[in-house]
Design a protein around this ligand. Structure first.
Ligand code: SF4
Length: 501
């Protein structure tokens, strides 16, 4: 039996898609890239915001219309969030599977493809109780060769007022350290070089392990460095000399043998455990790349987002992060962040502060989104949301600020040698092949690659030029998944151009 996976949404949903592939392969199914040949088409959906929901629904309609031979299954966050409604309103889907517990997927497959009996009538629905963090075999990784995501938590307890994720993914659950470490060891033994740690908020990792450990009491009036320096609740880490759970995890990963690198994605600024900085600075396996979604740069808006920090404290956090890596071989720490504009009660004055905050952050990368009213979130009932036109103008302003900052920050790398992970080789044109044959000189090749300061899918690339026949750091021909040491020659917008020295 053949299945086709149509993947949507974030890296966390990609890992779920890879786990579904693992379950199907274990049951003897084979993945195909040709939906017209598939017996089962899985739309692994995103249900975060309006535009994402529409995209996933359109995919179901398209699959239903174009591939009558196949059963169409809607999985992922949209299904988790709206299974009951969609069972009535989306007859185009033969089945709906929630993502609360992926280990129950075989049950749905058995219902959808019953052996020896007739096909089920109506929509088959299975929306398991949310439990644990999905784990399992991932025989096929959907990232470019040499790179993989590892989910360390699922769900979230932060309850930002604009966010529907806790409604979909449930409360925070953290995977035990030893399970994460053994998964990473397995990936490294498969030749994966770049491991991206993901969760809704890595800063909350382990808070659910032992409430007593995470919520250590602080002596009355004692100073406690943390985002906002006013010691907002929630940014605790042990004061008894033990490490925060995230620092504990990174230390354990750092002790693993093998040639690999680690990137951390998504740390909530109010939960940033500063004790990870010395752990990371002491081990070059950890990229000093920090993805910290600040969302706003003005206190009243942060409060109405249920965020406890403030812009000054956030700037101090960023300064502490940067200071931790000035002596490191990487030479600097790179910041990525995200902003939400058009949030209720946002005014020209509050937005102006957010724009100034972004400019003072000197982030290398940032994204921005226009708030959408998500049912079930606290902000859904908030009054005074700015007009969409105003929100769009503010979005453009933030993107323009970042568009100017990125090349200025990337200039730091010109003239430096950095390890890059090759993602794609750009095919030679017929003219280039003919030219090299005529001259008897191996052609010059181009590849798209990424350096430590570029996360997968969201940041710029390294455009790498090298001679045919060049070798990578393992002595093999340069192919997707190869790691090579490149010399950065110049910045070109959000990309950098490099050669093999
Ligand atoms: S930290 Fe906030 S924005 Fe991120 S998943 Fe949790 S509730 Fe949503």
């Amino acid at each position: 039996m053949l299945f086709f996976l149509d993947q949507y949404g974030c890296a966390k949903n990609q890992v779920d898609g890879e786990l579904l592939i693992g379950i199907l392969c274990e049951k003897g199914w084979t993945r195909t890239d040709e939906p017209e040949r598939a017996d089962l088409i899985i739309i692994n959906s995103c249900g975060f915001i309006e535009s994402a929901k529409k995209e996933s629904l359109d995919a179901v309609m398209t699959a239903r219309a174009a591939y009558p031979q196949a059963k169409v299954l809607l999985a992922g966050c949209l299904s988790e969030r709206y299974a009951d409604d969609l069972a009535e309103s989306l007859p185009e889907a033969d089945a709906l599977f929630g993502n609360g517990d992926l280990s129950r997927f075989p049950e749905l497959l058995d219902k959808l493809f019953p052996t020896g009996s007739t096909d089920p009538t109506g929509t088959t629905v299975l929306r398991p109780q949310i439990c644990g963090v999905p784990e399992g075999a991932r025989p096929e990784l959907l990232s470019f060769p040499g790179s993989a995501y590892v989910k360390i938590t699922e769900g979230c307890d932060n309850c930002c007022t604009f966010c529907a994720i806790p409604l979909i993914r449930g409360p925070l659950r953290s995977r035990p350290i030893e399970r994460i470490v053994s998964e990473i060891a397995g990936l490294v033994s498969r030749g994966v070089w770049e491991i991206n740690l993901i969760g809704q908020d890595l800063g909350s990792y382990g808070k659910d392990f032992d409430e007593t450990a995470a919520d250590s009491e602080h002596p009355a009036g004692g100073e406690h460095p943390g985002a906002g320096d006013q010691h907002p609740a929630g940014s605790e880490h042990p004061t008894d000399g033990t490490l925060s759970p995230l620092a504990e995890l990174l230390s354990a990963i750092g002790r693993l043998p093998g040639d690999f690198r680690i990137r951390l994605l998504y740390i909530h600024p109010d939960n940033f455990p500063r004790d990870i900085l010395p752990v990371m600075a002491a081990n070059t396996r950890f990229f000093p790349y920090f993805d910290i979604p600040f969302q706003a740069g003005e206190e009243t808006i942060l409060r109405s987002m249920n965020r406890r920090g403030n812009p000054d404290a956030y700037l101090r956090l960023v300064a502490d992060i940067r200071n931790a890596f000035t002596e490191s071989p990487y030479g600097m720490a790179v910041l990525r962040t995200t902003f939400l504009v058009g949030f209720p009660r946002e005014t020209d004055e509050t937005f102006e502060k957010t724009a100034r905050f972004l400019a003072s952050l000197r982030s290398v990368w940032s994204g921005a989104f226009i708030w959408s009213r998500e049912e079930g979130t606290a902000a859904a009932d908030y009054p005074r949301a700015p007009a969409k036109k105003t929100a769009q103008k503010r979005l453009d302003t933030l993107l323009e600020i970042q568009r100017r900052m990125t090349p200025e920050e990337l200039a730091f790398f010109v003239g430096k040698r950095v390890e890059v992970l090759v993602e794609e080789l750009i095919p030679l044109s017929d003219e280039e092949v003919a030219e090299s044959e005529k001259n008897g000189i191996p052609p010059s090749r181009l590849a798209l690659a990424r350096a430590w300061f570029q996360a997968p899918e969201v940041d710029g690339s390294v455009v790498l030029q090298f001679d045919e026949g060049s070798r990578d750091s393992r002595g093999n021909p340069v192919v997707p998944g190869s790691v090579v040491e490149a010399l950065i020659m110049q910045v070109n917008g959000i990309d950098v151009e490099a050669v093999l020295p």
